[in-house]
Design a binder for this molecule. Sequence first.
Ligand code: ATP
Ligand code: MG
Length: 447
Amino acid sequence: MTTENNAAAKKAEKLVAVKGMNDILPPSVPRTERLPDSALWQWFESCVRTAMARYGYQYLLTPIVEPTALFVRGLGEVTDIVEKEMYSFVDSMNGDRLTLRPEATAGIVRAMNEHNALYNGPLRLWTIGPMFRHERPQKGRYRQFFQLDVEALGFAGPDVDAEMILMARALWRELGLVEGRDVRLELNSLGQPEERRAHREALVAYFQQHADALDEDSKRRLHTNPLRILDSKVPSMQALIEGAPRLIDHLGEASRAHFDAVRAALDAVGLEYRVNPRLVRGMDYYNLTVFEWVTDQLGSQGTVCGGGRYDGLIEQLGGKPAPAVGFGLGIERLLLLLQELKVAVPSAAPDAYAVVPAGTPLPPVIVALEALRTAGVRVQQHAGGADGPGSMKSQFKKADASGARFALVFGGDELAQGQVTVKDLRAGSQELRPLADPAAWAGTLRA
Ligand code: ATP
Ligand code: MG
């Protein structure tokens, strides 16, 4: 390289990830930050698939980019997300106003409306993917984060509200978390719009009486969206919020009955919860049941899962009126919690590691490994550099590091007799196995 080039390279900007956006790395790559690795991630996803299948929910994917108007109309203009957290931009090709989705519900509802999906009856759906919010990055709070999002569209009854909550509990159990200890359920009812109006008036009167104590955001929201003040995270506001009129005291008969039915279902299966009259959630679209699963283990980022009913949203986004309920779960937060609690994760290590001494002809090794993999064995092959596979010592070191229980040693002499040495790396014992019929002994390698 010339000196000129050198200088240019030094000057060149270092290419790093966007602030608040993380790489989810495999376990073998050392990480500077204590973020979950991809093995924990994949195990979580497999537990999700199990839980979703058990409750009859179908998987779908929607785009990461949507028209900005979808979120403005869906979430409400006076929300943290729409006011200050969205990654919005103008498509330079055609001038379209677009936004990286900050949450999944609006996109799913848009998709179901677009495809008249509710025409044939209600739907139970789930998806996983990245969401984007321009927040201050900290532990458990990122600018790109992943959510599991679950929605039941077209169901009006309290039964499906309870189902949602219990499905989350089923997931906790699948993951080895204990509800009541590791994660707790908080529950509230936001009633119906007319009940909220009565409560809103009481709320505005109350906050007006205490106008001096309001922070800037809250002052502004007093007349645009006073309910949002209850969602404020500003510490000096908490005592004032605590004393505010409660929506739960303004519920009518039907709303109360809906709430009682949800509670009765949860009581019947012995799921404990706390009714939290201050629980409001960050989006405007919620009504009736709202809930959060919270933990004490993650500091102020304690909500791992939040959701509720949103009976007005489908119509608000242009669909035929239909009720709905759903929740979003923050995957990074949940995985941080699993790490914190040192929850045991099933090993993702291979069953066997293939040690291939220098000079071994490759074709018979490949044939044997393919046959073992076809028989369901997880085999990692030692692959060498340009100058060969490396010493036996270094290969066995790699075999140990891989976490495999067995090493398959393809020595020249054994290979000539159509055999391979299977070494049990834990017990230290070894046996010769015939290469002609790997399926016959593949079972002895599987964990
Ligand atoms: P918070 O009150 O913590 O800001 P929220 O009410 O904005 O959360 P929701 O929009 O309900 O969150 O999203 C559902 C879940 O997604 C949250 O409970 C949380 O676990 C997770 N989540 C939300 N924002 C972030 C973020 N910036 N980084 C990581 N996870 C997040
Ligand atoms: Mg938020």
